[in-house]
Design a protein around this ligand. Structure first.
Ligand code: SF4
Length: 325
């Protein structure tokens, strides 16, 4: 028997899922806006350590603001980003430097520190968000991040993408899910705030593999999760395959995507904060059809769909998230 509808979603601020933005307002007194940075790092799937062509879906231009492509100085990128964000979100309480492009822990520790220090020294920046791959988190780097997190607001964002090894192999990711589990546990042992990044709709992912993966994620010490829909971007291996044989890359549509998000949400513990529900990419970069969904619409449609299905985050979560060790 499925659990009864609790009929009371006070723990989610009246929603049916745990929205990160609600939590951040409660925990940090307001909205904190992330300012994207390209710090000039690469990733092992591009520099030849694991591969040279990258993950099959990856084109960093798909999620990199245009000013980052023209400006190399971190401080100037931050100036431009803050000016833009202030106009768009005038109620922002502050700004976090978001090391977003490529793998931002993939370098000598001294060089990582120098890049992070430049961002943290900027007078408009109150903290740091570091996006990376799970196989780019050696112990010394995690120790340093743990130390840094005692001095500033710090979030570590780990690319999970899929919890299924066949899917990870197919998209040429270069690591398996065991690597992801290990990285999350090692980071959590040090008390770091960890966000996972999940990409829904990758080739070979099925409704069942997604639910199985969500059950595995539910047992990890994650603080937050981001969902993105697979979009086919120019310059990627997936784009080549899609152009040659579109039927070889079956894509989700907005309805099936939202159902997939909900299937995952139902398995997660209620305390995982949902940081993002989808992504927008510039039309010039996108090859797959445009859904015409802005981020606010993802949220509204998800809430409507949760209501229609009369379900909620954590509905089927029965386990207990593991501590970091
Ligand atoms: S998705 Fe990340 S790990 Fe994969 S190729 Fe792109 S930057 Fe590298």
């Amino acid at each position: 028997m499925p659990p009864e509808n609790p009929g009371n979603f006070e723990q989610f601020n009246g929603r049916r899922y745990n929205a990160y933005n609600d939590w951040v307002k409660r925990a940090h007194g307001g909205r904190w806006q992330k300012v994207s940075i390209d710090a000039g790092f690469t990733c092992p799937n591009r520099d030849g350590s694991l591969g040279i062509g990258g993950c099959s879906f990856c084109n960093n231009d798909g999620f990199t603001p245009s000013y980052l492509r023209e400006e190399r100085e971190i401080a100037t990128q931050i100036d431009t980003g803050i000016t833009f964000m202030r106009r768009r979100y005038p109620d922002s309480k502050g700004f976090l430097a978001y090391f977003q492009s490529y793998s931002n822990t993939y370098d000598e520790l001294a060089r990582l520190k120098s890049r992070y220090d430049i961002a943290l020294a900027h007078p408009g920046i109150s903290g740091i968000v570091i996006g990376t791959r799970p196989d780019c988190l050696p112990e010394a780097t995690l120790d340093y991040l743990a130390e840094l997190s005692t001095q500033t607001m710090l979030e570590l964002e780990i690319g999970i993408e899929s919890c299924n090894d066949d899917v990870l192999r197919e998209c040429l990711r270069g690591h398996d899910f065991a690597c992801t589990q290990d990285a999350i546990r090692r980071a959590a042992r040090r008390g770091l705030f960890i966000t996972g990044h999940l990409l829904l709709g990758l080739p070979l992912e099925t409704a069942q593999s997604l639910v199985d993966g969500a059950k595995a994620l539910a047992l990890l010490p994650l603080d937050a999760l981001k969902f993105h829909q697979l979009q086919i971007l120019r310059g990627t291996r997936l784009a080549n395959r899609y152009r040659a044989a579109p039927e070889s890359v079956p894509l989700l549509n907005p309805e099936s995507y939202l159902d997939a998000v909900i299937d995952v949400l139902e398995q997660l513990p209620p305390d995982i904060k949902i940081q993002r529900l989808g992504s927008e990419v510039p039309p010039a970069v996108r090859v797959s059809p445009d859904w015409g969904m802005r981020l606010a619409k993802f949220q509204a449609c998800l809430e409507e769909r949760l209501h229609t299905r009369d379900t909620w985050q954590g509905r089927y979560f029965a386990g207990q998230a593991q501590p970091g060790n």
